[in-house]
Design a protein around this ligand. Structure first.
Ligand SMILES: C[C@H](O)[C@H](O)[C@H]1CNC2=NC(N)=NC(=O)C2=N1
Length: 92
């Protein structure tokens, strides 16, 4: 899959609240009230990852989650990464 240009990525991220582009990946930091809500997001991310066959780098510390994505073969951000972010936002 073709790597997106910075302009394409910036344009697409305008519609995705909290998502940012940095050093060849897109990411979002989430902060919840509770560990359970954070864990719920990780569960949703796991199901989306399996559906799209595209898996985020993630970290979870108590009520905070970070999701980070790029496409290994392309060496950067592709439409698959954006699609993952869209699915996550739809699930919120
Ligand atoms: C074969 C399989 O489709 C690839 O290894 C997938 C799996 N999940 C992946 N996830 C992410 N984030 N980037 C990839 O390039 C990627 N590649």
């Amino acid at each position: 899959m073709k790597r997106l240009t910075k302009q394409d990525i910036d344009d697409q991220l305008k519609g995705l609240k909290g998502w940012e582009y940095k050093e060849n990946y897109i990411f979002k930091n989430f902060i919840f009230q509770t560990f359970f809500e954070a864990f719920t997001l990780l569960c949703k991310a796991a199901f989306i990852a399996e559906k799209l066959d595209h898996h985020p780098d993630w970290s979870g510390v108590y009520n905070k989650v970070t999701l980070k994505l790029n496409t290994h073969d392309a060496g950067g951000v592709t439409q698959k990464d954006i699609d993952f972010a869209i699915e996550i936002e739809k699930s919120m």
